[in-house]
Design a protein around this ligand. Structure first.
Ligand code: ATP
Ligand code: MG
Length: 590
């Protein structure tokens, strides 16, 4: 599939934080990116440092309530409030390294609590607020959480019923307005009075770069979620990528739409933008196309970080909600979490006046690893180039699809541009995960020699742009070819009536696996035999008969993780009449 390049205005490119990628890349070291600070505690880097350096008046967060007025927090107020929380936590007798879980919507108290937790060197373990009791129990047990910060409603619905299964959980702190007293006497306290009584002064004890800071659970797109442990040094990679990949600059209004229950919502909804000293908009409400465009316009958002699912939902909502809006403040738009189809990149260019910059990373990598940079031409469909300080390689796969590892233990890389294989990253980098909770063997299996193996398949073209093929588990082996679902899905997305597509391999006696597709139609198109036939012919013309789907099914919706990633494994199970598994325990990032 050939796509045109989207070039960049040289003036805009030269103003960006990374005007000359090759030169910076040649000179960049993580050591030089590290500051000498109070041991490099994330809360210091993200919040207190700005106050100490005279930027305390800058607005750190603007919280947009579902209804009613927004609430603003300057860096100074955030520093003071998180000091209060640190004092509250210390008074409870927690020790550095203890896990403090959070389970709440995007309320100011949640962010204050996360920063305060980092100050006392406890480990923040965010949970997604829409989890039911089972995923909450699994994660709290896995992390042996001692403290939980949540709302009264979430506590009653999701935690009280399983409290007997959580012997390590000593303290529950309730935030929000609807709290009333100590709910059941089991260490459940209302936070507000404790905060009011606590001092706004707190001094962060020296924090080692390797001290754990966060446990982030993966999305569970391919199986049971894993708890990735991250350390305080991660802030170095998050700040660096905030600056270079998201192009964050002083004065920016930044909106990361991811929920802080997932790694994107903390790494880039909290740590990176605050470390870069910008103003973050946090919307407390759920997705709504009109509301989202209105936020972009009225908050004068200049940098926007969102996800393909959200962009596809905006596409589905059509042009009307955006008509007549002034989006001229928007300077940089980026996306993460799933493959970004070329169709969506170009939709952004037409409708928002901004092409969308794809970025690639994982819960395990802790920060953006590959990105389309503001100064670089975009090749729609490509994830971009590795960030400065990150070296990537494509590991060869043998004829059965197994990665090739030399006797020395090092992976064997493809040597030609354009050859597909597994995307690997040379260790170490500051935000690399340091462990999976309770799963040392699974952790070890992610590495070979000096390299981290991502499990995603990709190729690198002659100019160094990285192209996503698919997750290792999702790639289809058909009649001796390896077929990446992303390419087939992107071709289907070019058909005007298709707004979402998922492509899977279904076992087939003749060809091994045959390609099947599931699509969601939009723009008023109704499923019919005629449209399916036309779409099949369209796909065959685009892709050739070896790669085009043998069957296309129109669906009202596709199965997603809770954060919106398409779960192809569910479609595979469905296509084979197998049980779909217990999806209630799964989640999603991005
Ligand atoms: P699990 O590991 O539990 O199965 P997950 O891999 O979806 O879930 P995350 O760490 O949230 O959990 O997601 C990282 C994965 O998301 C990547 O490995 C990749 O497959 C996909 N991804 C992220 N960004 C992109 C992107 N820009 N293009 C294509 N895929 C992406
Ligand atoms: Mg994963």
């Amino acid at each position: 599939m050939e796509h045109r390049y989207i070039s960049k205005d040289p003036a805009i490119a030269s103003e960006s934080n990374l005007p000359d990628y090759d030169t910076l890349r040649a000179h960049f070291t993580w050591q030089s990116a590290r500051r000498t600070t109070v041991g490099g505690n994330i809360a210091h880097e993200a919040v207190d440092r700005h106050v100490a350096e005279g930027r305390g008046d800058v607005i750190a967060f603007r919280f947009l309530a579902e209804q009613g007025p927004s609430r603003e927090f300057s860096y100074e107020l955030l520093a003071r409030e998180s000091n209060r929380f640190a004092n509250v936590l210390e008074r409870l007798g927690v020790a550095p390294g203890d896990l403090v879980f959070t389970l709440s919507g995007r309320l100011p108290e949640l962010y204050v609590a996360m920063i305060g937790t980092l100050k006392v060197r406890c480990v923040v373990a965010p949970l997604f607020s829409a989890f039911g009791p089972d995923p909450v129990r699994q994660r709290l047990q896995a992390g042996r959480g001692r403290v939980l910060i949540t709302t009264a409603a979430a506590y009653r619905q999701k935690v009280a019923p399983i409290r007997g299964d959580l012997p390590d959980l000593e303290h529950v702190l309730l935030i929000g307005d609807d709290v009333a007293g100590d709910i059941d006497g089991q260490g459940v306290c209302v936070l507000a009075p404790l905060m009011a009584a606590a001092s706004t002064e707190y001094s962060i004890a020296p924090t080692g770069p390797e001290d754990p800071a966060f446990v982030h659970f993966t999305s569970g797109t391919t199986g049971m979620p894993k708890g990735a442990v991250h350390v305080h040094d991660a802030v170095v990679a998050q700040e660096t990528t905030g600056r270079y990949a998201l192009d964050l600059r002083p004065g920016d209004v930044f909106w990361c739409t991811a929920d802080p229950g997932w790694v994107t919502g903390t790494s880039y909804g909290l740590v990176a933008p605050l470390a870069c000293g910008v103003t973050c908009v946090i919307d407390e409400a759920d997705f709504d196309a009109v509301r989202w465009y209105s936020i972009l316009e009225h908050e004068q958002v200049s940098v926007w970080y969102t996800a393909p699912t959200a962009l596809r939902m905006l596409m589905k909502a059509g042009d009307e909600p955006v008509a007549g809006r002034d989006l001229t403040h928007l300077r940089h738009v980026a996306s993460v979490g799933e493959p970004l189809n070329p169709e969506v990149v170009e939709w952004g260019e037409t409708l928002l006046g901004k092409a969308i910059h794809d970025t690639w990373w994982q819960t395990e990598t802790g920060a953006i690893m590959v990105a389309n940079f503001a100064s670089m031409p975009i090749r729609p469909g490509s994830m971009g180039r590795p960030v400065p300080g990150i070296e990537i390689g494509i590991v060869r796969r043998d004829s059965s699809g197994e990665r090739v590892i030399a006797e020395s233990g090092q992976p064997v890389f493809v040597t030609q541009p354009g050859v597909e294989g597994e995307l690997a990253i040379r260790t170490p980098w500051p935000s690399m995960m340091r462990a999976y909770l309770n799963a040392p063997d699974r952790y070890k299996a992610c590495f070979a020699g000096d390299w981290y193996l991502s499990g995603d398949l990709a190729r690198i073209d002659a100019d160094g742009y990285v192209w996503f093929i698919g997750r290792g588990d999702d790639v289809i082996k058909s009649a001796g070819h390896l077929i990446g679902p992303f390419e087939v899905e992107s071709a289907l997305m070019e058909y005007p009536a298709v707004v979402e597509a998922a492509v899977i391999g279904v076992p087939d006696q003749v060809v091994g696996e045959r390609v099947e597709a599931f699509v969601v139609l939009g723009g008023g198109a109704e499923p019919s035999e005629a449209i399916t036939r036309d779409l099949m012919a369209f796909a065959r013309r685009r892709l050739g008969s070896a790669v085009a789907p043998r069957r296309i099914t129109c669906e009202p919706a596709l199965p997603h993780t809770q954060s919106g990633k398409i779960m192809r494994r569910v479609l595979r199970a469905r296509a084979q009449g197998l049980p779909e598994g217990d999806l209630s325990t799964l989640g999603g990032s991005g």
